[in-house]
Design a protein around this ligand. Structure first.
Ligand code: ACO
Length: 319
């Protein structure tokens, strides 16, 4: 049987850091409120000249280097993003051209903050089918472009960035299981309800959210889907070395770990210095812990995302 295994990780954060104090200078908010309710102290914001494909390029190059792979080795590129450079072509095609990896399949996945888990699960299945051998799976976002910077309830929560993994065909697993879910009835809880038509924006181009409903829903489904992914692999809570959750806010992370019965020392936390980077948050967090020598080869990871749609999912893997 063909398995798929993460062969390398990479990430990129734009250099500009925005602290909570920058918000309190112009909005009715404070560093103390933002830290207490979200755990976020700072986030990175992309320069106007940078699109998601530029962030994805830097993360992708770092992942290729870590995997000892060349652009021409890649036969599948999947980019998870809700903030693509353009309506089309896809950010994955733009990334392919920038990387110089010719002719391989390339497409975007739109599952908002669950995007990376969706993309990783898809790449795993493409590799297990035998048709692809080496995939670059990227989460890349410039959420700063879809925020109303005068809405204190949303603009303080998000940041920009990209994370990537190289997923290779392997004799040993790898990815043991993945579970993907969605429920479009909850589309109004978190959305950017606008589109472009006839040269105009129809609806709203800004992120809207019912924060406290999102909070409760996220904790509930992350608990359920994590258990489902473990059960599908014949594993239990004790078989998790690291819980790599979508980095939405510290209170969601803590509450989910508690509900799953996973101790805090196994919980990966980067949202404090990245903010919520949507589809980029899981691979960004993964890469940070790998490069810090905390996540090591052989460790078992439970990766879980939840986001607009609503979408949610989990991947259980040996790193
Ligand atoms: N600074 C100060 N006050 C604020 C701010 C702010 N930045 N934002 C909201 N408030 C105010 C509200 O206006 C409200 O004031 P009011 O009582 O006068 O009406 C008060 O704080 C309480 O608002 P709540 O929304 O009830 O506050 P809550 O404790 O729920 O915290 C938060 C808000 C942080 C958004 C919380 O609901 C949350 O974390 N929700 C999850 C949302 C999330 O993480 N979304 C990320 C995207 S979804 C995802 O990635 C899965």
């Amino acid at each position: 049987m063909i398995h798929s295994r993460i062969a390398g990780t990479g990430s990129y954060l734009p250099p500009r850091i925005v602290t909570n104090d920058e918000f309190s200078e112009r909005l009715e908010t404070s560093d103390a409120w933002i830290r207490e309710r979200t755990g976020i102290a700072q986030r990175h914001i992309a320069d106007e000249s940078q699109g998601s494909s530029d962030l994805a390029l830097e993360a992708g190059k770092a992942a290729l280097q870590a995997a000892g792979a060349r652009p021409e080795d890649i036969d599948l590129i999947i980019v998870a993003t809700s903030t693509p450079d353009f309506i089309f072509p896809s950010t994955a095609c733009l990334l392919q051209a920038k990387l110089g990896s010719k002719d391989c399949a390339a497409f975007d996945v739109q599952a908002v903050c669950s995007g990376f888990v969706y993309a990783l699960s898809i790449a795993d299945k493409f590799i297990k089918s035998g048709q692809h051998k080496c995939a670059l799976v990227v989460g890349a976002e410039v959420f700063s472009r879809i925020l109303d910077w005068n809405d204190r309830g949303t603009c303080v929560l998000f940041g920009d960035g990209a994370g990537a993994v190289v997923l290779r065909a392997s004799d040993a697993p790898g990815i043991h299981s993945s579970v993907l879910r969605a429920d479009g009835r909850h589309s109004g809880m978190l959305s950017v309800p606008g589109n472009v038509s006839g040269g105009k924006i129809i609806g709203s181009p800004f992120l809207q959210m019912v924060g406290n409903q999102v909070f409760k829903f996220a904790v509930k489904v992350l608990d359920e889907v994590g258990r489902e992914a473990l059960a599908a692999a014949g594993a239990g809570i004790g078989d998790v070395d690291w819980l790599v959750l979508h980095q939405a806010n510290v209170r969601i992370l803590d509450a989910t770990a508690r509900k799953l019965g996973i101790p805090p020392e196994k919980l990966v936390v980067t949202v404090d210095h990245h903010g919520n980077t949507s589809a980029a948050s899981i691979p960004l967090a993964l890469d940070e812990y790998v490069r810090a020598g905390r996540i090591k080869a052989g460790h078992r990871l439970l990766m879980e995302g939840v986001g607009g749609g609503f979408t949610w999912g989990a991947v259980y893997a040996t790193f």
